[in-house]
Design a protein around this ligand. Structure first.
Ligand code: KG4
Ligand code: ZN
Length: 358
């Protein structure tokens, strides 16, 4: 059969609670595969991290990432199928992250997903990585009511999103310079704490005094946008002027400043739209202080708060399988002549579905 013949048959497929999706994630430095049923039932989720491969270079090296995905992806997919306990003939579709991310890394996952879809004669679904981060919370608690405010904080993005319904997003605020994760990584590198910086700062901050230095809270009373580049510069200047400063104290104070702004703007956003709940997502949502403060804020305001498990916050394929299920239900499968989109943006209600740059 040709794929376009198959596509016309896929239009009749029903997407329901028993629909099983094999999902693949290879956008950056984690090679991941998962089996997800009905959009939220995670039958297996395997993540193979390449952190050790990249650590010696102080960041992700795209060429090395692509080659590692090539080596790791087939065994990771096989493990995900094995651990799910299902027969591969039970798989109804194959999904993969098709953007944003490193082009050479994305293409490995997209090509593998298309090849498996062709072989098994099931649909292929291209998934937006940012949308998948939004679904991490809903995956763990599908009973959350909309509208939700989602604070999406990752290595490349910092956004406050109003989620009105499935696939219906409004951008309430975003960073005007560095992403929150980028600030963690840059400050950690400056402090000599290594890569990735977020977990390193999180760990050392536990032994530091969060009141030792007061770093600036940029744009605190200035709408819902964020700025982290000035904070990074303040930390660098402070350490240059105080060479004897305790690293744990500096890390704790930096983290305090980031979390303070993130939590207070999330609260403001929830007030503004009358949110029924707040959800945290993205790699920085693994941060201990952010997790605690975010939940404290929700509890004190009497709003529902959801902080996904750490494994669901950092890159994984279960969230890809969840977002794929909702996209398949609303938009149908993705055609096999569709490629990978390194600069893909979140589709917003007030702008067109954009594949261009931010
Ligand atoms: O979502 P993610 O895994 O990859 C992207 O899509 O960007 O996010 C990675 C980012 C990195 O900047 C990393 O330093 C940060 O998340 N991160 C953390 C923590 N764990 C990961 N930042 C602060 N505290 C953590 N515990
Ligand atoms: Zn991510």
């Amino acid at each position: 059969h040709t794929w376009w013949w198959a596509m016309s048959n896929f239009a009749n497929l029903v997407v329901d609670e028993s629909t099983v999706i094999l999902a693949i994630e290879t956008s950056c430095d984690e090679t991941a595969a998962a089996i997800v049923m009905g959009g939220h039932d995670v039958l297996s989720s395997v993540v193979s991290t390449q952190i050790d491969l990249h650590a010696q270079y102080g960041g992700v090296v795209p060429e090395i990432a692509g080659r590692a995905h090539l080596d790791l992806l087939n065994p990771v997919i096989a493990q995900a199928i094995r651990e799910s306990g299902i027969d591969e003939r039970r798989i109804n579709a194959v999904a993969a992250t098709h953007g944003p991310g490193l082009i050479g890394a994305l293409l490995i996952g997209v090509s593998a997903a298309k090849a498996l879809a062709l072989t098994w004669e099931v649909p292929y679904i291209g998934v937006n990585h940012l949308e998948a981060h939004l679904y991490a919370g809903l995956l763990e608690d599908p009973t959350l009511e909309m509208p939700l405010v989602v604070l999406l904080v990752s290595g490349g993005h910092t956004m406050l999103i109003e989620m009105r319904g499935h696939g219906q997003y409004k951008l309430l605020g975003r960073t005007i310079d560095d992403a929150a994760g980028e600030a963690f990584d840059k400050v950690a590198r400056f402090l000599g704490l290594g890569y990735p910086g977020g977990p390193a700062i999180d760990a050392i901050a536990r032994t530091g005094d969060p009141q030792a230095v007061s770093f600036p809270r940029a744009m605190m009373h200035d709408g819902l946008d964020f700025s982290f580049s000035g904070l990074k510069t303040s930390v660098i200047n402070y350490v240059r002027n105080n060479p004897a400063a305790n690293t744990a104290d500096v890390a704790a104070c930096f983290q305090e400043a980031v979390v303070d702004v993130l939590v207070s703007k999330s609260r403001k956003a929830a007030d503004l739209i009358g949110a029924k709940g707040l959800v945290l997502g993205g790699g920085v949502a693994a941060n201990s202080l952010l997790r605690t403060r975010f939940m404290e804020m929700c509890e004190s305001d009497g709003r529902r708060g959801l902080v996904p498990s750490r494994a669901m916050c950092t890159d994984n394929a279960a969230m890809i399988g969840s977002a794929a299920w909702y996209r398949w239900r609303s938009d149908g499968p993705t055609t096999l002549d569709s490629g990978a989109f390194p600069n893909l943006r979140l589709p917003l209600l007030d702008s067109s579905w954009a594949r261009g740059k931010n």
